[in-house]
Design a protein around this ligand. Structure first.
Ligand code: NDP
Length: 333
């Protein structure tokens, strides 16, 4: 049973991760918030015994074995370095950081400390993405030629804070959503992006120069081409992930989400077959894999290096949107 400390009294921990930790048999022993008052209330609301106000107090607690970092993105870097230094395992939210150098240094620090580091790209834990990955690996669609992801929706009112107004915190649709698309596609294809071109949109929801939507085209190492549509401003869009191959197409709908929902259909010369999904919780799957990595019996579902890849792609998309140029994806790993 892993004993967790939380850095960040966040919405994501409240809505998903605390429950998932407990569902897989873990315990949340401490939470760190910069506000003593908010932290104490958060701890009480979630039946967490300890609330602290500094990273050192959290990572230095001998009871804490693993740390979940879900603060705003510009803070992850220092917090991961402090956690690694304290010799605690790390599950860090995406995007890992706001610069690729920082993200790489975070991975290096975890490696040097000999601790597990994972990135919380929860979509790898979706049954829909796992069946798409398995079907591609089993050759069900022949050679994958192209892919499309729609991850455009409406940013819920309770999340309309730093994502819309703080560039320095890594706000905007690209670092929020495009990084998830990149990771989901790398996961199902077993392939990496090489270059991107993108347009962003400033549709009136985001402020301070941040984009609230983006459309991206990508080329992967295998030659596959892909499109992403990410956004906060389209309440009625349907999310989905599709991969089209020489022998068939896999069409996932309603599956770019935190919930264990969605549908996957395989279309080929024999017609349409709906694939069976198990409805498992995405965050619990991530945590089970993390526990197995700590035990030395498995690997994280999404590693620190995977987080570097998705951030490198997100940063390339931002640069392309800003300059109008085609930009190479350079994780530098
Ligand atoms: P929140 O805005 O809820 O929390 C971020 C920080 O804001 C907290 O650490 C907290 O600081 C502060 N904060 C939160 N609520 C309040 C409040 N009411 N008043 C004052 N301060 C507050 O962020 P999210 O949970 O939406 O996102 C956190 C991280 O998780 C980001 O990196 C994001 O990208 C990622 N994320 C990942 C998802 C996934 O599925 N993988 C989904 C959603 C987010 P303090 O701790 O000091 O109190």
């Amino acid at each position: 049973m892993t004993k967790w400390g939380l850095i960040g009294a966040s919405t994501i921990a409240h809505e998903w991760v605390i429950d998932a930790i407990r569902a897989v048999g873990g315990e949340v022993v401490s939470v760190m918030s910069t506000s003593a008052e908010r932290g104490r209330k958060y701890a009480d609301d979630h039946q967490i015994a300890k609330a602290v106000t500094s990273v050192d107090a959290l990572v230095g607690d001998p009871e804490v074995e693993a740390v979940y970092i879900s603060t705003t993105n510009e803070l992850h870097y220092e917090q991961v370095l402090a956690t690694a230094k304290a010799g605690k395992h790390i599950l860090c939210e995406k995007p890992l950081a706001t610069s690729i150098e920082h993200a790489r240094d975070m991975v290096k620090a975890a490696k040097a400390a000999g601790v597990v580091m994972a990135t919380n790209h929860h979509l790898r834990g979706a049954s829909s993405h796992q069946v798409i990955r398995d079907a591609i690996a089993a050759g069900k669609i022949g050679k994958p030629m192209s892919a499309r992801i729609c991850h455009a929706g409406y940013l819920p009112v309770h999340l309309q804070g730093w994502r819309l107004e703080k560039p320095q915190a890594g706000g905007g649709a690209i670092l929020d959503l495009t990084v998830h698309d990149t990771d989901a596609l790398r996961f199902v294809l077993g392939d990496d992006p090489v270059e991107v071109v993108a347009f962003d949109q400033h549709g009136g929801m985001a402020k301070s120069g941040l984009e609230d939507a983006a459309m991206t085209s990508l080329r992967f190492k295998s030659g596959l081409i892909a499109q992403f549509h990410d956004g906060f401003t389209t309440p009625f869009a349907v999310t989905g992930l599709e991969v089209h191959g020489t022998e068939g197409s896999l069409i996932g709908t309603h599956n770019m989400t935190q919930k264990p929902i969605g549908k996957v259909v395989l279309r080929n010369r024999n017609g349409e077959t709906e694939l069976t999904l198990d409805g498992g919780n995405l965050y619990e799957r991530t945590l089970r894999a993390f526990d197995a990595a700590i035990a030395g019996t498995g690997k994280p579902l999404c590693s620190g290096e995977d987080g570097v890849w998705s951030l490198a792609t997100g940063l390339a998309v931002m640069k392309s949107a800003a300059t109008g140029a085609k930009v190479a994806v350079e994780p530098g790993l």
